[in-house]
Design a protein around this ligand. Structure first.
Ligand code: C2E
Ligand code: MG
Ligand code: MG
Ligand code: MG
Length: 282
C-alpha cells in the first residue's frame, strides 16, 4: 500500500462528503418538485381475512414515479424526507389521498374496508398531526373507523407519557392505531398494556421462517396469543407462501398481508381485486 499523507486523506474525505451532500440536496429538490408535479402515487396492498380469503383492509404505501429514474421505493426517499422535514407535507399528502380514495370506494358501493397509513417518527411527534387527521377526516367525510395509522415501537419509547397522550387523542377521533413491525423494536412488553392501540402487526422477519424454524414459529404464536389476550387485532405482514398462510390460519391470526395474495398495486387494480370478492393468490 502506498503511504497516503494526512492531507490527501482529508481531501479525499471532503470530496466524498461533498458529493454525498450534493446528491442529497438534489434528492430534496427533486422531492419538492415531485410533490408539486404529482409524481407521488399511493399504492394499496390488501389485508386479507385468513379464513375467508376476503379483503378486509389495505395498507397505503407511497410510490414515487420519477420521470427520470422510474419508480423509486420509499425505502430510498422516506428517510431523506424525514431528515429534511419534507415528510410532513408528503405524509399529509398520503393521508389525504388514502382517505379520498377510501371514501370514493365506499361511494362506489364497495364493501367498506379499513385503510392503514404509515406515519413516520417526525410526523408522529409533530404538534400538527392531530389537526391534520381531523382536517382530512372533515375534508373527505370518511368515517374515522375506516382509517388506521401505523406507527412503530421506537417512536413511542423516548417519552412514553407524551406518546400515550398523543395516541389517546388520536384514538378519541375514532381511528385505529397499529404497531407496525412489532417484535423488532425495543419496547418493553410492560408498556404494551398502556398503549391505546387497536392492532399489532407482526414483523415480516418472523413470518419469513415460521414454516422452517420452530423457535420463530413459537414466537409468532406468542405474539398472536398476546394480541388475543389484549383484545387486539393481529396482522401478519410478509406472508409469501402457502406454508405461511396455513401456519397463520391454524394459529388464529385474523389478518394476513403479503406477496402471497398480492403486491402493493395502484388504486385501479386494487379496486378490481375488491370487486372479485374472494382473493386468488398471486
Ligand atoms: P412497512 O410499513 O413495514 O410496509 C411493508 C413493506 O413490506 C412494504 O414495502 C411492502 O411492499 C413490503 N411487503 C409486503 N408484503 C411483502 C412480502 O410478502 N414480502 C416482502 N419481502 N415484502 C413485503 P415498501 O412499500 O417498499 O415500503 C417500505 C417502508 O417504507 C414501509 O414499511 C414504511 O416504513 C415506509 N413507507 C411506505 N410508504 C410510506 C408512507 O406513505 N409514509 C411513511 N412515513 N412511510 C412509508
Ligand atoms: Mg406499515
Ligand atoms: Mg411493516
Ligand atoms: Mg417494515
Amino acid at each position: 500500500h502506498a503511504k497516503v499523507s494526512g492531507r490527501n486523506q482529508y481531501q479525499f474525505f471532503s470530496k466524498d462528503m461533498n458529493r454525498k451532500a450534493k446528491s442529497r440536496l438534489e434528492l430534496e429538490t427533486r422531492m419538492r418538485r415531485a410533490l408539486a408535479q404529482d409524481e407521488f402515487v399511493v399504492y394499496y396492498q390488501p389485508k386479507v381475512s385468513a379464513d375467508a380469503d376476503t379483503i378486509v383492509g389495505a395498507e397505503a404505501l407511497i410510490r414515487w414515479m420519477d420521470p427520470e429514474r422510474g419508480m423509486v421505493s420509499p425505502g430510498e426517499f422516506i428517510p431523506v424526507a424525514e431528515e429534511s422535514g419534507q415528510i410532513e407535507a408528503i405524509g399529509n399528502w398520503v393521508l389525504l389521498h388514502s382517505c379520498l380514495q377510501n371514501k370514493a370506494w365506499q361511494e362506489a358501493g364497495l364493501t367498506p374496508i379499513k385503510v392503514s397509513v404509515n406515519v413516520s417518527a417526525r410526523q408522529f411527534h409533530s404538534r400538527a398531526l392531530l389537526d391534520s387527521v381531523v382536517q382530512v377526516l372533515e375534508q373527505t367525510g370518511l368515517d374515522p373507523k375506516w382509517l388506521e395509522l401505523e406507527i412503530t415501537e421506537s417512536m413511542l419509547m423516548n417519552d412514553v407519557d407524551t406518546a400515550v397522550r398523543k395516541m389517546k387523542a388520536l384514538r378519541d377521533l375514532g381511528i385505529g392505531l397499529s404497531i407496525d413491525d412489532f417484535g423488532t423494536g425495543y419496547s418493553s412488553l410492560s408498556y404494551l398494556g398502556r398503549f391505546p392501540i387497536t392492532t399489532l402487526k407482526i414483523d415480516r422477519a418472523f413470518i419469513a421462517d415460521v414454516d422452517t424454524n420452530p423457535k420463530t414459529a413459537e414466537i409468532a404464536r406468542a405474539i398472536i396469543g398476546l394480541s388475543r389476550g389484549l383484545n387486539l387485532e393481529v396482522v401478519a405482514e410478509g406472508a409469501e407462501i402457502e406454508a405461511h398462510i396455513s401456519f397463520l390460519r391454524d394459529n388464529g391470526c385474523d389478518t394476513v398481508q403479503g406477496f402471497y395474495y398480492s403486491r402493493p398495486v395502484a388504486a385501479g387494480e386494487f379496486e378490481k381485486m375488491m370487486r372479485q370478492k374472494v382473493m386468488a393468490h398471486a
